[in-house]
Write a protein that binds this ligand. Structure first.
Ligand code: NAD
Length: 481
């Protein structure tokens, strides 16, 4: 077999120790890899590269398209960007896949039957990094959910379920509150689920869903969710399963993929030969499956399971009740190597049956829609006026086709008919809506904004109100028609 080129980064903190242990096992098992090593993380940040990764490293990643990455230490502040977010977005790694499995009775857990995979959308949502301080009092972070982005991750989850003989896909969203963004995600889930009739599906509001995940994880099989919810529930699930030291994950795109442990660089135990290399090793096993070295992947996976069964455990999972020997990072790797060729006796023997990665996910093109401008929201900064005082001035900007219909403060209606009890900040949303029977153009909006500015009003942002095929593309205010 010819060697598959991969890019490897040894990272910070415990990174170099667990990568050494992992590569030692991969080599002993006969993985055919041509390794290109790159430097990322702390040392690169300290050279003033704010992304933590240099141009020559991007060249290697674009060449090999496969990245095995140890954790890095992210410096706080100073304009530093998260390397993980940068790599995911730059390489289009839209799916974060995290199996969370209990290894009872060898690893302590209250949920011995837990065996689920979280498929988290990796590029959109509040992680777009679009944030503003709009007024002295109010800050904004933009949540972006797209139809193709939702369709892609949801299809990925169903394809993953099909390939891995999973029975059910559950969607987590908060569409009772975020009716447009999370509403789109839920609606897309319902649409795609129909194409997979052999796989069960259900939907959970993310708050109660997370509570159930923490208390009854055996209810779940594959969970698909948006970026932020996925980030939060992945750590909950890893902890419930037993140890963050045991979690591996893949970040998959149409062309490239990155494999890693779910935990960080653990500076508290760095350099002490105490870290559990299992998370990175499980990430590396996912990588071997991805590059179609499935036999080696199964050989390592089975040897690792057997080592857990043998009671040879690192400190994070060691307990006198169910462990035989407490070992360090490198001794654990040596124990796994000794078990290569052996299979577990109590856990199921892992077989990958030459099933490799799924290949690019195809999405339907967005259908043509009729789009009609019906109004505009202008956000104003005003630290002095009450809602009624502001309305009196803003109304002077009205025209015969655009009327002020509502003023909001942090989403609460404060005009007309506001309540004295509502707390108001310096950040107001003024809605101008089309008068019945009239049309509105972009030019009308420009003129309206000019009138607002002439009235000495401080416009900080504006947002168009559109109908899509006559369906409202915004949330109506209380009492709005
Ligand atoms: P962490 O995951 O590094 O550590 C949390 C706790 O878990 C610590 O007590 C640590 O000792 C323990 N732990 C983690 N991995 C372990 C292992 N393999 N074996 C045994 N115990 C282990 O989280 P943190 O302390 O919040 O973050 C430390 C640094 O890692 C930060 O700079 C953070 O930004 C970074 N980080 C990086 C990544 C990544 O590169 N993917 C992910 C998360 C955090």
């Amino acid at each position: 077999m010819s060697k598959t080129p991969i890019t490897v980064a040894h990272g910070d903190g415990i990174g170099p120790e667990i990568m050494k242990a992992t590569l030692k096992i991969l080599e002993a098992a006969g993985a055919e890899l041509a390794i290109e090593t790159i430097e990322i993380g702390k040392a690169v940040y300290e050279r003033g590269v704010l992304s933590g990764i240099e141009d020559k490293s991007w060249e290697s990643l674009r060449r090999t398209k496969v990245f095995l990455k140890a954790p890095i230490t992210t410096p706080q502040g100073g304009g530093v960007k998260s390397l993980n977010v940068t790599v995911r977005k730059t390489l289009g790694l839209y799916a974060n896949v995290r199996p969370c499995i209990a290894f009872s009775p060898y690893v302590k857990t209250s949920h011995p039957l837990m065996n689920l995979t979280i498929v988290r959308e990796n590029e959109e949502d509040l992680y777009a990094g679009i944030e503003y301080r709009q007024t002295p009092q109010v800050y904004q972070c933009l949540k972006l959910i797209s139809e193709p982005g939702s369709e892609k991750i949801i299809r990925y989850a169903f394809e993953y379920a099909r390939l891995n003989n999973r029975k059910k896909v559950s969607c987590f969203s908060k569409d009772n509150i975020m009716k447009m963004t999370d509403g789109l995600f839920h609606k897309t889930f319902d649409r795609i689920a129909k194409e997979y009739p052999e796989i069960q599906n259900d939907h959970h509001i993310v708050d109660i869903g997370s509570a159930r995940l923490a208390t009854k994880p055996e209810l779940f099989d594959v969970i698909v969710t948006e970026n932020l919810y996925g980030d939060i529930i992945s750590d909950i699930a890893a902890d419930v399963a037993g140890s963050v030291g045991l979690g591996g994950s893949s970040n998959v795109g149409d062309q490239c993929a990155m494999f890693e442990a779910i935990h960080g660089s653990a500076p508290d135990i760095a350099g002490k030969d105490m870290a559990n290399p299992s998370g990175l090793l499980l990430g590396a096993i996912m990588m071997l499956v991805h590059i179609c070295q499935t036999e080696v992947a199964a050989k390592i996976h089975n040897a690792w399971l057997r080592t857990l069964e043998d009671g040879i455990h690192t400190g994070d999972i060691y307990s006198p009740d169910h462990s035989k020997e407490k070992v360090g990072t490198q001794a654990f790797a040596d124990a796994v190597i000794k078990n290569l060729g052996h299979t577990p006796q109590r856990f199921h023997v892992v077989k990958y049956n030459n099933v490799c990665s799924m290949g690019p996910i195809k999405c339907a093109a967005t259908a043509d829609v009729k789009r009609e401008l019906v109004g505009y929201d202008f956000y104003l900064y005003d630290a002095k006026s009450t809602a009624n005082q502001l309305a009196e001035v803003v109304q002077k900007a009205q025209s015969d086709n655009l009327k002020l219909t509502m003023i909001n403060n942090r989403g609460a209606k404060v005009w007309p008919h506001g309540m004295a009890e509502t707390f108001c900040t310096d950040h107001w949303r003024c809605r101008f809506y089309r008068v019945k029977g009239k049309t509105v153009t972009q030019n009308d909006i420009v003129k309206l904004m000019q009138r607002l500015v002439d009235l000495k009003l401080d416009c900080i942002k504006s947002e168009g109100l559109y109908l899509y095929n006559d369906e409202v593309g915004f949330i109506r205010g209380e009492g709005e028609e």
